[in-house]
Design a protein around this ligand. Structure first.
Ligand code: ZN
Length: 124
């Protein structure tokens, strides 16, 4: 009788421990799966969308310029960043017309640009 009671109690604890551990592991695995899929989605967007203008890779099908040429030469995001840095570093009295325009725009909208470039750095 005593042995049966011990076995029953041990079974109860094993079942409870297994259920609780599976709940904890399930939450952990689920969180990692979510993080992984979110990262893959961001990488997919970065690979197939122009960072500057937001055009899709598919929109360059059957066009004279390919998506790679577009993101490398026409809308190279690093050239935009270099230009913004130049505008922020250069003396405002020596600006050309486009530089003073970009300076005014960056002053208004710099938080947006900072967030966009930071999100890019976090992905890569
Ligand atoms: Zn573009």
């Amino acid at each position: 009788m005593f042995g049966a009671r011990v076995i029953y109690d041990m079974l109860f604890f094993f079942v409870v421990i297994i259920i609780v551990l599976n709940l904890i592991f399930g939450v952990i695995i689920d969180t990692f799966a979510d993080l992984r899929s979110e990262k893959q989605q961001k990488e997919e967007i970065l690979k197939n969308t122009c960072f500057t203008c937001g055009l899709d890779r598919s929109q360059f099908d059957n066009k004279a310029v390919s998506f790679e040429d577009h993101i490398r030469h026409e809308h190279n995001m690093w050239h935009y960043l270099y230009f913004i840095v130049l505008v922020r570093v250069k003396d405002p009295t020596e600006f050309t017309g486009p530089e003073s325009y970009v300076y005014a725009m960056v002053k208004v909208n710099f938080e947006f640009l900072k967030k966009k470039f930071l999100s890019l750095l976090l992905i890569s």
